[in-house]
Design a protein around this ligand. Structure first.
Ligand SMILES: Nc1ncnc2c1ncn2[C@@H]1O[C@H](COP(=O)(O)OP(=O)(O)OP(=O)(O)O)[C@@H](O)[C@H]1O
Length: 238
């Protein structure tokens, strides 16, 4: 992959003090991720996948190392990440295992609120939210509140919300864990489309080997370390 990376993680570590012992959740990880890539992050439970995502998402600073987005140093030990709220909103979309939707808002409103917070006019925000939900096969659910949606549908609304501001980087932590295989595949295929059509970089933590064919490459973690070489292609993708 050529060109400047969108995201660059340099020798990042994250250590947690647990009583007398230090847990090395991340232990000197380096990677580069580019626009247009769909990257899988895999590894056994406790290998540091979620920690890597938190650090890349500027939700926690590393204990050592640096994070660059578009060549700008954005996170390092002791960085004040509260100051990066606006930057995060404009650059990074998150999807977690749980949808965490606002219960008293409809599906459309749950998505459009992300746009309105970013100063998009309400009508335009709703129009785009509806369009995104339609692309996720939720066109018939746009006026439903979360309590009227299945777990899988709620999660797809969460995916639409993460995409609302067209962030160049999308980070997803087991986004399909609560979905059946057909819906899970749909979400992964949507991520693939987002990467290609919007030139976004999408990094997805998953345990599901059925998505492997969709990834440009897989970053494999073990004991807080990256096993596979950065930029090593797993499978060529058209
Ligand atoms: N806030 C924390 N305090 C102490 N230890 C932590 C903390 N967060 C993570 N850890 C530890 O760091 C290690 C890596 O955790 P992490 O959640 O990143 O792994 P993971 O690969 O995402 O696991 P899983 O697949 O089970 O979600 C684990 O041993 C975990 O217990």
């Amino acid at each position: 992959m050529t060109g400047a990376p969108l995201l660059s993680v340099r020798n990042a570590a994250r250590h947690y003090q647990s009583g007398e012992t230090v847990v090395r959740a991340l232990d000197g990880a380096s990677l580069e991720a580019h626009a247009g890539e769909l990257i899988g992050i895999m590894g056994p439970s406790g290998s540091g996948k979620s920690t890597l995502l938190l650090i890349c998402g500027l939700l926690e600073p590393p204990s050592a190392g640096e994070i660059y987005i578009r060549d700008r140093l954005v996170s390092y030990p002791g960085a004040d990440l509260d100051k990066l709220r606006g930057f995060r909103r404009d650059h990074i979309g998150f999807v977690f295992q749980k949808a965490n939707l606002i219960p008293f808002l409809t599906a459309t409103e749950n998505v459009s609120i992300a746009l309105e917070i970013a100063d998009v006019e309400a009508r335009a925000a709703r129009g785009y939210a509806t369009q995104l939900l339609g692309a996720l096969d939720l066109g018939h659910r746009i006026d439903n509140r979360p309590s009227r949606l299945s777990g899988g549908e709620q999660q797809r609304v969460a995916v639409a919300r993460a995409l609302a501001n067209d962030p160049p980087l999308i980070l997803a932590d087991e986004p399909t864990a609560a979905l059946d295989s057909v819906r899970g595949r749909q979400v992964m295929e949507l991520f693939r489309r987002i990467a290609v059509e919007r030139s976004a970089c999408v990094m997805v933590v998953t345990h599901d080997p059925r998505s492997l064919d969709l990834f440009d490459r897989v970053i494999e973690l073990s004991d807080g370390r990256i096993l596979s070489e950065p930029s090593q292609p797993v499978q060529a993708h058209p």
